[in-house]
Design a protein around this ligand. Structure first.
Ligand code: C2E
Ligand code: CA
Ligand code: CA
Length: 715
């Protein structure tokens, strides 16, 4: 669409048909200000800036109009139309940048072709092969664009051999220098005047062929007119003056034309750059990176030198984004991309391949050892902390490395191997490089099999909750149970979560497990009803569950349908989960669960890295002190002091505090001394099957508090 400047606003002058479809109505003639849409207000400001700066811009925008919900891309070019300043805007649903370039390419009224050098054995260019031509090129030749692809230049335009054009093209590629020249030659039996603009990139050359005959003809006729006027000068002074004026105008036009041609050329290069680079960091984008990766691999195959692919992931980027905001996240991405670029050698290159994922190719090194040195340098560059708004943001990266041909023999395998390595780097505690080894592939395959088997087991009902009691030391009463998943494997027997929790990183599996556990727990609650059991159970859930829209309401319905109350169920969520991606969303679900009457406990407290004050702001009713603290209080004064202050803080905030993993009498006494009265652990009982819960509770409650021998139940 074309927008023209009108005072401090813009008016839609022309809209393409697909823009009208995308926006949902025809806006021709309207001003931006007259459109009542918050999105429009946003980009009016942006348009103003682009028009003022006179530089093209590419941006992604959200939710423009009634039918264009979602993201769309705009390529905004400052132009003059009818003598007025304005903007030419290419608008489209989010697709790849190269598709935008392609549409500009095909819409051009100039003939544009991309050709690739063909060299003989001693490296001299002897011909070019057609890689792409636009519609106009094909029209001038009266052919279908695709039918030209792959053909030789000399075959299609034999005259290029004789008129010096082949030499000019070769020179542009060999010297990697752009050129503009004019040429006159025979085409389809007619003599044509053309301006040719050459823009090389690697072995390819973009040739833009502009028909300058109309401009030439105009210029010649004006020139003739001027001569006439000059001869008549002596006789007709007034006409001579007019001639002078027209001459000036002509020169002005010529200057403007030249300037226009120069601007178009700059624009063309910019468009190519835009299509291949990420607008935030300026690094090659995924598709361009892959293209260069293929080339690097090809040349490594020829030289026999090893080539390393490093997949680089910023650690805890989501957390940085959530904590400091998106602008901060963007600065981090820019910072990391600069650091990575600076750490690379001359034959290396880096690209941004995903949100917080980068990839680098290390090439031109003699052996694996020098690759290893280069990887270390890359890692060091990524590790220094980063000053943001006068705060120090700790920054670290994980790097997965795979080497061709040491580890693998194809591009696809190399990508997969580097991905496996970076996955392992993240698992192993981040901030370090992991070099691919065959073991990683076996582990990946093993995990893949585990995911399949566990899904099946959940479906077949092989997963059952085991119940571990929570004891209140003040009354000696069992006040509830935690449900822990156990897999009754037909051959391997009882399997604990330690052996399958890895598979819970897969959203579908984690959600299916939660559903299965909640179904089984609610059934058990119903079956215990009336048996004098404290029917309060907590269930462990994951971030995937809490991010589901409507999770809390669905849970509430499920309980109501079985005649149970939300007071009978609590959910446990780990500190790491509440700090993860979409922390706000998770927080909302927790708050809603609390509103509906469910208990919410913060699990594994003290194992994450978040600040205490941050955690205590979360909508939770109790916190569970991790086993590592409990086992530490016997030996470490410091740990005991931490637990004591936690207990008083929890009391001040009216939070229950539960100590997990109590294994010894000493721990129990110390905890009581520190004021922590709710305990759970093997000392009281190991997790037990549902059928054992009623008798366990009854026998436990019968003994007087304090004096009873603590019961042990075999699982
Ligand atoms: P968790 O939620 O921290 O559960 C406590 C774990 O400590 C349980 O291991 C329990 O058996 C164990 N434990 C209890 N008392 C003691 C003790 O005195 N000493 C020692 N050494 N260990 C004790 P389990 O059942 O193997 O579960 C491990 C983790 O797996 C759980 O940690 C929880 O994060 C996860 N998990 C268990 N069941 C489920 C489930 O249904 N869904 C999900 N999403 N995760 C689950
Ligand atoms: Ca738990
Ligand atoms: Ca725990």
């Amino acid at each position: 669409m074309v927008l023209l400047r009108q005072e401090d606003d813009f008016v839609y002058q022309r809209l393409g048909r697909s823009v009208v479809t995308l926006i949902g109505r025809d806006l021709t003639g309207l001003t931006l200000r007259s459109i009542d849409n918050p999105g429009v207000k946003l980009f009016r400001e942006r348009y103003r800036r682009i028009a003022a700066g006179q530089t093209p811009s590419f941006c992604v925008m959200h939710g423009v109009g009634p039918s264009a919900i979602g993201e769309n891309e705009r390529l905004i070019l400052p132009v003059h139309s009818e003598g007025r300043p304005g903007l030419l805007v290419y608008l489209r649903g989010r697709e790849t940048e190269s598709e935008i370039l392609r549409s500009v390419f095909h819409a051009s009224s100039d003939s544009i072709s991309v050709i690739e050098a063909v060299r003989n054995d001693d490296g001299t260019i002897i011909d070019f092969r057609v890689v792409a031509v636009n519609a106009e090129t094909a029209r001038r030749l009266d052919m279908v664009p695709d039918s030209l692809i792959g053909h030789g230049l000399l075959e299609i335009w034999p005259m290029t051999a004789g008129n010096g054009m082949l030499q000019r093209f070769s020179k542009a590629v060999d010297e990697q220098s752009a050129a503009i020249f004019e040429s006159r030659y025979m085409s389809q039996g007619k003599e044509v005047e053309r301006e040719l603009r050459l823009a090389p990139f690697g072995e390819c050359l973009t040739v833009t062929n502009v028909d300058i005959a109309p401009a030439r003809a105009a210029s010649r006729s004006l020139e003739a007119q001027r001569n006439e006027l000059v001869t008549a000068n002596a006789l007709l002074e007034r006409r001579a003056l007019a001639s002078k004026a027209s001459h000036d105008a002509l020169q002005q036009t010529t200057r403007e034309l030249r300037e226009e041609i120069r601007r178009n050329k700059v624009l063309e290069l910019e468009l190519i750059h835009l299509a291949r680079h990420d607008s935030l960091t300026g690094l090659p984008n995924r598709s361009y990176f892959e293209h260069r990766f293929d080339e690097a691999l090809k040349s490594a195959g020829e030289t026999g030198q090893p080539l390393a692919l490093c997949v680089i992931d910023i650690d805890l980027f989501k957390e940085i984004n959530d904590r400091f905001g998106h602008a901060a996240g963007d600065s981090v991405l820019r910072e990391v991309s600069q650091r990575l670029s600076a750490a690379l050698g001359p034959a290396d290159f880096v690209g941004r391949t995903g949100g917080d994922e980068f990839a680098a190719i290390l090439a031109g090194r003699e052996d694996d050892a020098s690759i290893s040195t280069a990887v270390q340098r890359l890692l060091r560059a990524g590790m220094a902390s980063f000053a943001l708004d006068r705060q120090d943001v700790p920054l670290s990266i994980s790097v997965g490395v795979a080497i061709y041909p040491t580890d693998v023999t194809s591009a696809r395998e190399l990508m997969a191997a580097a991905d496996m390595a970076v996955y392992r780097a993240k698992q192993d505690g981040r901030g370090r490089p992991v070099f691919f080894e065959p073991q990683l592939r076996f582990e990946a395959e093993r995990l893949y099999r585990l995911i399949g088997r566990l899904s099946k087991a959940i479906e077949l009902g092989e997963i059952h909750p085991y119940y571990q009691p929570l004891l209140d030391l003040r009354t000696g009463q069992i006040i509830g149970f935690e449900a822990l998943a156990r897999w009754h494997h037909p051959e391997m027997g009882l399997i604990s979560p330690a052996r399958f929790s890895e598979a819970l990183d897969v959203p579908d599996v984690a959600e299916a497990l939660t559903r299965r556990m909640i179904d089984a727990v609610t059934e058990d609650l119903v079956s215990w009803d009336g048996q004098a059991v404290p029917t309060h159970v907590s269930v462990n859930v994951t971030g995937f569950d809490l991010r589901q829209p409507g999770f809390a309401a669905a849970l509430n319905q499920k309980l109501a349908a079985k005649g149970l109350s939300s007071r009978q169920l609590a959910i446990e969520v780990t500190e790491t989960t509440v700090l993860s991606r979409d922390a706000d969303r998770i927080s909302e679900t927790l708050a809603e669960l609390q509103r509906l009457g469910f208990g919410v406990a913060l699990d594994d407290f003290g194992t994450g890295f978040a600040s205490l004050s941050h955690l205590l702001k979360l909508p939770v009713g109790s916190i569970k002190i991790d086993r590592s603290f409990v086992s530490g209080i016997e030996t470490s004064q410091r740990t005991a002091a931490v637990v004591r202050s936690l207990v008083s803080l929890a009391a001040a905030l009216d939070l229950d505090i539960v100590a997990e993993g109590v294994e010894t009498r000493e721990q129990l006494d110390l905890l009581r001394g520190l004021g922590c009265h709710l305990v759970q652990g093997y000392l009281i009982a190991e997790p037990m099957p549902a059928g054992d819960v009623p008798s366990f509770t009854r026998s436990f409650a019968l003994s007087p508090p304090g004096r009873r021998r603590l019961a042990r139940t075999a699982p």
